[in-house]
Design a protein around this ligand. Structure first.
Ligand code: NAP
Length: 311
């Protein structure tokens, strides 16, 4: 039997609809919309797409969303100055610095910039204060992608407590906070990474497998316990025809999409997993829309926190 597809687009719409009355009430109470400042440095094509989509979704939801754009040649101090301005701005409740920053800024630049965002405006949940709160299970602003995965699991009525969860990937942005959120919901959690030995035998124990490694179609059927829930966080734009032809049969919708566009967005999970998993998120249309819906929710939460003086 084919896996049940978990529809991230529909759940994201639900989250946005639930936030709408609170956004309207905030506007009525304060005379302004909750505000989000997005900082984009350089012109990375994927970042351009993500930022455009975040700006549009925020605008559609009735938030104020402003883009501060800097050239790839900007100095770290220029980026920090923009963050400082947004930190001081009364109109901006949330600040998001689009990752990655240009590599020329140096290996430590991203950390310095994330650390500069005031914790109460840190809608990405990357500041050490927010990471610490998450570790202690008293988070206020939680990283958007893992938080979106929890929304997806809970609203799809996938049980978490008592289940074996395996998170593939240990980044600060996805893997680690994902593992913590599952742990706080009483899953027994294992984190795997590039040094994990016998990887497939570890992941095959999972009732819930979350993959966030950015390796197209890496998670094949033997990684998956029959009936498991598989959450595919990975996003890769495939342009290599041979790989696309290997993964998707001629005449399939995905192949047709590749023929039209010359590129195809795929996740970490091999299409064959659909035959083994009990439930599965598609890519696109799975975790991606939830990341943006949670960003809007976090901006509203930051606005409420700030205006309640609870920063
Ligand atoms: P990242 O910082 O590059 O981390 C990747 C992680 O995967 C690392 O922990 C790495 O292990 C592990 N890994 C890489 N190759 C592996 C392998 N062959 N076997 C086992 N582990 C392996 O990436 P990220 O920022 O977490 O993002 C992961 C993916 O999610 C990317 O495709 C990204 O585009 C996508 N993403 C999607 C959304 C969304 O909204 N859907 C949001 C954020 C990210 P080591 O630590 O040992 O190197």
């Amino acid at each position: 039997m084919k896996a049940r597809l978990l529809d991230g687009t529909a759940i994201a719409a639900q989250i946005r609809a639930e936030a709408a009355p609170a956004i309207a009430a905030f506007r009525a109470r304060t005379g302004r919309p909750p505000g989000l400042g997005i900082v984009l440095v350089g012109a990375d094509p994927a970042s351009e797409i993500y930022v455009r989509s975040k700006l549009k979704s925020a605008g559609d939801a009735g938030l104020r969303a402003d883009l501060a754009r800097l050239p790839a040649s900007a100095a770290l101090d220029d980026v920090l100055a923009v963050v400082d301005r947004l930190n001081e701005s009364d109109a901006h409740d949330g600040i998001l610095v689009q990752s990655p920053l240009p590599s020329a800024m140096g290996p430590d630049a991203e950390r310095q910039v994330f650390d500069r965002v005031r914790p109460e405006k840190d809608v990405d949940g990357f500041h050490p204060v927010n990471v610490g709160r998450l570790v202690q299970n008293r988070a206020r602003l939680v990283p958007c992608t893992p938080s979106g995965v929890i929304e997806l699991l809970e609203r799809s009525e996938i049980p978490i407590a008592g289940r074996r969860a395996v998170v593939l990937g240990r980044s600060d942005i996805v893997g680690k906070p994902m593992a913590l959120l599952l742990l706080h919901r009483h899953a027994t959690v294992t984190i795997c990474h590039s040094r994990t030995t016998h990887l497939a035998s570890v992941t095959a124990e999972a009732d819930i497998l979350v993959s966030a490694i950015g390796r197209p179609a890496f998670v094949t059927s033997e990684f998956v316990k029959p009936g498991a829930t598989v959450i595919d966080v990975g996003i890769t734009s495939l342009t290599d025809r041979a790989t696309v032809e290997r993964l998707f049969p001629a005449g399939s919708k995905r192949r047709e999409a590749f023929e039209r566009r010359g590129a195809l967005t795929v996740g970490d999970v091999h299409p064959g997993v659909e035959e083994v998993a009990g439930a599965l998120t598609p890519v696109p249309g799975g975790v991606g829309p939830l990341t943006i819906a949670v960003l809007l929710k976090n901006t509203l939460a930051a606005a409420l926190l700030r205006t309640a003086g609870a920063g």
